[in-house]
Design a protein around this ligand. Sequence first.
Ligand SMILES: NC(=O)c1ccc[n+]([C@@H]2O[C@H](COP(=O)([O-])OP(=O)(O)OC[C@H]3O[C@@H](n4cnc5c(N)ncnc54)[C@H](OP(=O)(O)O)[C@@H]3O)[C@@H](O)[C@H]2O)c1
Length: 276
Amino acid sequence: MSAAIRGRTIVITGASGGIGEAAALRLARAGARLCLVARRADELTRVQNLVRALGGEAWIYPTDLSQPAEVEACADALLAEHARIDVLVNNAGRSIRRRVTDSFERMHDYERTMALNYFAAVRLTLRLLPGMVERDDGHVVNVSSLSALMPTPRFSAYVASKCALEGFSRTLAAEMSGRNVAVSVINFPLVKTAMSAPTAVYRYLPQMSTDKAAGWIVRAIETRRYRIVNRFGEAWNAATALAPDPTVKWTGHLFRVVGARLQRRADRDAAPEHEA
Ligand SMILES: NC(=O)c1ccc[n+]([C@@H]2O[C@H](COP(=O)([O-])OP(=O)(O)OC[C@H]3O[C@@H](n4cnc5c(N)ncnc54)[C@H](OP(=O)(O)O)[C@@H]3O)[C@@H](O)[C@H]2O)c1
């Protein structure tokens, strides 16, 4: 068991399902004390029971992280009930898949993604970081997406909120560079969860399992590396930085062609079968 995890108090947001739940179970097996945050109390209790069945310890904090007052109350409870918070994993997130041209009257999409994916993570970090700085020991892990490293049509609200989180993380990491407080960003590719399920075309694309994604969170905590990403993300990030014009144009074209082909396939598969 890793010393970075065993006996450490780790807060995971979005722990009632998907990647957050899988990460909670992996971290429980490695001996972490877990604080589980999400909106659905019943699902948090279910995950808490799974952690206990593994011999682990978990506390639940039902919270709507898109509401600033609830984030503050959650931080108050975490700080009151635990002597120290060692690791904060800002994992809760929401995604919206919609073209900008279909969003002219949907400013709220941009506000909703920022409220959860960016402001909630920053607010929780601002409350839990002081203890980490004071003890000169801590780690903030921010969950981002591969889409924040490349041009990704249809995801402007989501990608912008993840890019904001990346900007915050990069600055914080630089400020913490002389201290024993680490900052990590995880750029997940497509993962098979409730978030990706509604998009029919994703079923034809490779999707990482939640258990493997949880392994990336464990790797971030153990290695304390700044970025956890695959080769594909690294390459696309480099291409976007080195040759932005062709990369943006070429990616837009690729998404149009491949997206249309996959959509036709999804429509065909969804159509009721005709009798001969
Ligand atoms: N799935 C992918 O393909 C993919 C790819 C790249 C990055 N990511 C990122 O990975 C992270 C986890 O995503 P996932 O795929 O595991 O999604 P998921 O299965 O939809 O789970 C999202 C989690 O966030 C919680 N949550 C949602 N809104 C919340 C709110 N207002 N307040 C508190 N908690 C809230 C949900 O719990 P409640 O409903 O109980 O609140 C749930 O536990 C997200 O940051 C996402 O952007 C996912």
